[in-house]
Write a protein that binds this ligand. Structure first.
Ligand SMILES: Nc1ncnc2c1ncn2[C@@H]1O[C@H](COP(=O)(O)OP(=O)(O)OP(=O)(O)O)[C@@H](O)[C@H]1O
Ligand SMILES: [Mg+2]
Length: 608
């Protein structure tokens, strides 16, 4: 299974601790938010347990005590006890049902809200974040962050509270017989907790190794299956099976090691402690006051001690479940430790409708960890002008587009639209000014219509169709099985590269924004389709400021202004004619392309 982003486990312990604390804060906030159901949900099962496991035996023990004193089996002695017994058991069941009812709501509402919170946090992240984290790993983390809440709350309810609260009740009852019973019971629980905690840690390592072995098996299976054609072509089935066998063997060894450790080490220690505790309890109950305590205390002590000793066996599991749910939640919370860098200003300026001229003023920018790309870049694009950006690959054309959209922030200088610094606008306001066709337009796995309408939510069907018509989408859309209702496949795999570009152009046409930002918007089209779409784009550019990046110079040759970028520097600027005249980098590129593409109708249209 491909590479995976660093997890909370490989990060520094301090980061991990902060991430766990942050996850805990999110979970605690959910409990507080839903406290009307969370409090009964957490506590009623504990009270129910007290009823069935502690009060009911107490009634039976009292009855046994009464009978043992020689009182006959009369209705007066037995009936009240039986009624109490029935009442307590019924009451406990009612508490359980109400408790679980509330718990289900606590879990459900918490998970629902955490899904939304998680997605909101991710949507607030900047572009750089998504370049550093794989979508697959993010998806898994954000979903686990929400779903693990259920595990956490359930363990808290059934593992922690349903054990501790009844223990408190038992202590009060036992205390009335003899405080020593409580001291010994709690003492033994604490001692065994202390004894097995280091063992649980050691077992954790074995469990981690087991999980890693399982992941290695899964990774190899996925890898083999995905490359099945290659495996077949090279007749490598035997080799693949051998590798699989060895990984499975490793998994079996790792699994048994961790299971044995649980059974032979941890539970053996617990077993000895449990037997000792029970024996101590019985001895105290019998021995104290030479039998003064009587049958009731004897039976109650026996049953309570037995119940309390079950906690020792569950301790391991409770610890592991709490730890694993928090660890997974922390893997998401860790992503939130570093706040996003591209933020809305605290008091954003309202958009002034003051034209759409674009100015880059002394802009510095470099990708994190890389060389600076732009140093003191100055560019002024008058409102309503059409500007073509050309130049060698890696020159910074797409980066310039992303900076204008404020997908990343400049390191120095500023970018102005209509005289307003884009860093002082709300991001949504800024982006409402721009229709952007990215270099590699991705599609949503939604219908063709939805993909186009994404450009302007609320657009009517007629508007969507007009945009589709202008971008020549209709031509291929009508041939698709469901027309505009066809699902385009993940990332648009069912469309060709050129078709995806036409959809992206239609989206931009529909957007109807004062600034057009086209990054190689027609590069994947054949020259003929390009000429057609260019016509639509020229119409669209009318009265708007257009920034058009293109490798195919014929696409931009007729623009008002051309900017040649190389290594983040503007090396030439002017109209096509001026740049040909000055015989520099652009003229060389032009000669090269027109030499190679003389048959190109688009080129002929410009040159001829
Ligand atoms: N996300 C990124 N992280 C780090 N460096 C990047 C990133 N994106 C681009 N770069 C680097 O920044 C430089 C400019 O890239 P950019 O994509 O702006 O070039 P371009 O002019 O659009 O090239 P092309 O014509 O190939 O599209 C390149 O050296 C590239 O390697
Ligand atoms: Mg580019």
């Amino acid at each position: 299974m491909g590479g995976s982003a660093p997890t909370a486990v490989d990060r520094r312990p301090s980061t991990r601790r902060s991430a766990v604390l942050l996850a805990l804060r999110y979970y605690a906030a959910e409990l507080r938010r839903n406290r009307a159901v969370a409090v009964p949900g957490l506590l009623l099962p504990a009270l129910g347990t007290i009823g069935t496991n502690y009060v009911a035996p107490l009634i039976v023990a009292q009855l046994a005590g009464t009978l043992s004193t020689g009182a006959g089996l009369s209705a007066a002695t037995v009936l009240p006890a039986v009624l109490w017994f029935v009442g307590v058991l019924l009451g406990a069941e009612v508490l359980w049902r109400i408790g679980i009812h509330c718990l289900n709501r606590t879990d459900g509402r918490g998970i629902e809200h955490l899904y939304v919170v998680g997605m909101n946090e991710l949507l607030a992240k900047d572009t750089a974040f998504f370049h550093e984290n794989f979508a697959g790993s993010l998806t898994k983390r954000v979903l686990s962050f929400a779903s693990r809440f259920e595990d956490f709350v359930d363990t808290l309810t059934f593992g922690v509270l349903a054990n501790l609260v009844p223990l408190l009740f038992a202590s009060v009852v036992l205390w009335r017989y003899d405080p020593l019973l409580v001291v010994v019971l709690i003492g033994m629980l604490v001692v065994s907790g202390g004894l097995i905690t280091p063992l649980i840690r050691r077992r954790q390592q074995l469990v981690d190794r087991r999980e890693a072995a399982i992941a290695r098996v899964a990774g190899h299976v996925a890898d083999s299956l995905m490359n099945m054609d290659t495996v077949r072509a090279f007749a490598a089935e035997d080799g693949e099976v051998a590798e699989h066998r060895s990984r499975v063997l490793h998994q079996r060894r790792a699994s048994i090691l961790s299971w044995d450790y649980g059974n032979l080490r941890i539970d053996t220690v617990v077993a000895v402690m449990a037997v000792l505790t029970n024996v101590f309890g019985l001895l105290i109950a019998v021995g104290l006051g030479g039998g003064r305590l009587g049958v009731e205390a004897l039976v109650v002590t026996f049953i309570y001690y037995l119940g309390a000793c079950r906690i020792m066996f569950e301790f391991n599991q409770i610890y592991r479940r709490l730890e694993s749910s928090l660890t997974e939640a922390a893997q998401f919370a860790e992503l939130l430790l570093d706040p996003p860098t591209v933020l809305d200003p605290p008091s954003p300026e309202p958009l002034r409708a003051a034209g759409a001229d674009v100015r880059f003023e002394r802009v510095d920018f470099g990708y994190p960890g890389g060389q600076p790309l732009f140093r003191g870049l100055d560019l002024a694009l008058p409102s309503g002008s059409k500007v073509g950006f050309v130049g060698r690959s890696g020159g910074g054309k797409s980066t310039l587009a992303r900076l204008l959209l404020r997908l990343m922030d400049v390191d120095g200088g500023r970018i102005l639209i209509g005289g307003q610094d884009i860093a002082r606008l709300r991001q949504a306001d800024l982006r409402s000014l721009i229709a952007y066709v990215p270099q590699d337009p991705a599609m949503f796995h939604r219908t063709l219509r939805d993909n186009i309408a994404f450009g302007r939510p609320g657009a009517t069907d007629a508007e969507v169709r007009r945009a589709a018509q202008a971008a020549h989408v209709t031509e291929f859309a009508d041939a698709l099985p469901d027309g505009f209702d066809t699902l385009v496949g993940e990332r648009g795999v069912k469309l060709s590269g050129g078709q995806r570009q036409r959809v992206a152009v239609a989206r931009a046409i529909l957007r109807d924004a004062p600034i057009l930002l086209l990054d190689e918007a027609t590069s994947a089209l054949d020259s003929e389709s390009e000429v057609l779409i260019q016509q639509a784009l020229w119409q669209l550019m009318e009265g708007r400021t257009a920034l058009v990046v293109a490798h195919r110079l014929s696409t931009v040759a007729r623009m008002d202004q051309l900017v040649v970028l190389d290594h983040g520097r503007v090396v030439e600027q002017g109209t096509h004619a001026e740049l040909i005249e000055s015989d520099g980098a652009y003229a060389r590129l032009w000669r090269h392309q027109s030499g190679g593409f003389l048959d190109d109708p688009a080129m002929a249209a410009v040159a001829g």
